[in-house]
Design a protein around this ligand. Structure first.
Ligand code: C2E
Ligand code: MG
Ligand code: MG
Length: 596
């Protein structure tokens, strides 16, 4: 079969290289002469040939003429020095004289076009003999655009797109340079870290484009305050930092911080509104040799202290606050690892039916089996989880494991247990849009009936945002799970807000149970919560029952469900499984004082 090239392309020129001299290219073999010439002249890549002795141009193709803007006559009358700015001539001469291989990349050059503009070119060259003269065939690709794009990318990687300010990485780099420059003892750089107060209300109230305009204007004002001796960077959404190149001491840094406050005092005039912005500020003065990251984070920590205090005064970084912060961070890192490595464990506290006592379910309570510190209660790590956002993965972990455990529970008669499983859901989890999905997934994975699942939400979390709560609880109820209001009665709000929420159970807080049955005991709240529950057809569970007197009083009031150390303490899963199948509470007897 004929080679496809002949079929489709017509006669194929002889592409074998001619004699190594190169003279053959336009030389003797007349048959292929024109074809070779065409390959050069019509080549879409800009090329020319110049003589190595006098640098005169011997041949040029059309693509090169277009790239440089010359006519063929003009180009052929030039020496290639004319394509280069004079400052590059020396490099050109060296390049020409250098022996080396005949095929050579010669790198990036700047070339002049006819109109005087400069382009960046990537040059490749091949030494040859052309019309009997030592010459060089040059291919010069215009890479101006590519280089510009690369430079822009590099710049963007170090600058904030909205304000054009250096980003955190660049700011840290500059700070590091300033610290390195600082003379021991005399002057050092300082960092002022600032975070706009309540900036979210600008975004929420006036829209994101208004928020953006405020940020751009803040950037401008800060740059004016910082002056030529300072670098302003945007280090977070509404966080900025100023590196003051050299201060003689803290007072000077404080003076800059005061000027920052003044600069922000002028209202921000937007098209449709006037916005007032203030910032919390933290100041850190670098010590010679101190790592830049550390100085910046010291200022950041100080800023957070200023924000927490609610005062307009800047806070100055101090080492104690830094130590506290770093131990908080350590705790966070450790807890994250604990969740990943399954160091958390669940204990279960029975929920009992009063009268002839019987376990009807359990509440899952999380503990941390800490490798060094032993079994930690939730009070020791939930605050860290909540402050760091780890409460979200922690909450998912608890759901997954509690439901899987409960799915395996067995009744005294050997059948699958129908006991309820209550899982605490933190306020932050309510705010996560995919909570119903996460719960549905855990239920499916465990293969448990949704009707056995109770989610405990504290009263505090509910009243924070009733509307949002109603929405989320509605979605949860659609899944078929129950919603229990935990610590009921502690929210300092009217007891009847629950009317407006799709909830199933009220868990009377322990404080009201404690007041029962003792001398001068007060049972008014316990009574009214039960009354409210009845009228709204909600179950009511009394929490924290510790004494027989409390139990009796609850029974007199009409309580049917309870939880507390009197009946049982929270216990490991295996223990609860035994209790449910064959323990005293399974059959209805009251244990002496609950397992330890
Ligand atoms: P809570 O949900 O109100 O859980 C009841 C707490 O009261 C448990 O404390 C339990 O051990 C304790 N308790 C039960 N009966 C008695 C009693 O008769 N007397 C006394 N003095 N205390 C009793 P624990 O396990 O330390 O949990 C404390 C809180 O931590 C829980 O209060 C709950 O708000 C939170 N928590 C526990 N586990 C989780 C969890 O998995 N997720 C979330 N988000 N929070 C959890
Ligand atoms: Mg609870
Ligand atoms: Mg509670």
């Amino acid at each position: 079969m004929a080679p496809p090239s002949e079929e489709h392309l017509g006669p194929v020129p002889d592409l074998r290289p001619g004699p190594v001299t190169g003279a053959g290219a336009f030389g003797a073999r007349a048959a292929s002469d024109d074809a070779f010439k065409q390959l050069f002249e019509c080549n879409p890549l800009p090329m020319w040939v110049y003589a190595l002795d006098d640098l005169s141009v011997l041949a040029v193709n059309e693509a090169a003429l277009v790239q440089y803007g010359y006519s063929a006559e003009e180009f052929l009358a030039m020496r290639i020095t004319e394509l280069r700015p004079p400052e590059d001539w020396e490099r050109l001469r060296r390049d020409v004289r250098e022996p080396g291989p005949s095929l050579r990349p010669s790198g990036l050059w700047r070339h002049l076009r006819r109109d005087g503009s400069v382009i960046d070119v990537d040059v490749r060259a091949h030494r040859l003999t052309f019309s009997g003269r030592p010459a060089s065939l040059v291919l010069a690709l215009d890479v101006t655009e590519r280089l510009r794009a690369e430079r822009e990318l590099a710049r963007l990687a170090l600058h904030d797109a909205l304000t054009g300010l250096p980003n955190r990485a660049l700011l840290v780099d500059r700070l590091g340079q300033s610290i390195a420059r600082a003379e021991r003892g005399s002057v050092v750089p300082a960092v002022i870290f600032l975070d706009l107060d309540r900036f979210k209300t600008v975004n929420d109230g006036k829209g994101y484009s208004a928020g953006d305009r405020v940020l751009v204007e803040v950037a401008k004002r800060l740059s004016e305050v910082a002056g030529p001796g300072g670098t302003v960077g945007r280090v977070g959404g509404d966080e900025f930092a100023i590196v003051v190149e050299a201060v003689a001491g803290l007072d000077e840094a404080k003076a800059v911080s005061r000027r920052v406050a003044w600069a922000l005092e002028v209202p921000f005039e937007l098209a449709a509104a006037r916005v007032f912005v203030s910032a919390s500020q933290g100041i850190a003065v670098a010590s010679p040799g101190e790592p830049a990251e550390r100085v910046l984070s010291k200022a950041d920590i100080a800023m957070r202290a200023a924000k927490a205090s609610g005062s307009a005064r800047p806070q100055v970084a101090d080492d104690k606050a830094v130590a506290r912060e770093s131990s908080r961070l350590d705790g966070e890192i450790e807890l994250r690892r604990a969740i990943e490595e399954d160091e958390l464990v669940l204990h279960y506290q029975p929920v009992v039916r009063l009268g002839p006592l019987k376990v009807v379910g359990a509440e899952a309570l999380v503990r941390w089996a800490h490798p060094r510190r032993g079994l930690l209660g939730p009070g020791e790590f939930l605050p860290i989880a909540e402050a760091s956002g780890l409460i979200i993965p922690l909450g998912e972990w608890v759901l997954r494991h509690a439901l899987a455990d409960a799915a395996a529970w067995v009744s005294p008669d050997g059948s699958a247990s129908g006991a309820s499983i209550a899982v605490n859901v933190a306020a932050a989890q309510l705010g996560v849009a995919n909570l119903p999905f996460v719960i549905a997934r855990s239920i499916r994975a465990a293969g448990i009936a949704a009707s056995r699942v109770h989610l405990e939400v504290t009263e505090g979390a509910l009243i924070r945002d009733l509307e949002r709560a109603a929405e989320v609880l509605g979605a949860l109820r659609d899944l078929g799970v129950h919603v229990d209001v935990d610590d009921y009665g502690t929210g300092f709000s009217s007891l009847s807000y629950v009317q407006r929420l799709p909830v199933d159970t009220l868990k009377l807080d322990r404080t009201f149970v404690t007041r029962l049955g003792s001398a001068g005991g007060d049972d008014s709240i316990a009574a009214s919560v039960l009354g409210l529950g009845r009228s709204l057809q909600l179950a009511v569970i009394a929490e924290g029952v510790e004494t027989l007197e409390q139990k009796h009083r609850l029974e007199e009031l009409g309580y049917e469900l309870a939880q507390g150390f009197l009946f049982a303490r929270p216990m490991p899963g295996a223990e609860f499984r035994r209790l449910l199948t064959s323990g005293p509470l399974a059959s209805g007897a009251l244990p002496s004082r609950g397992a330890p």
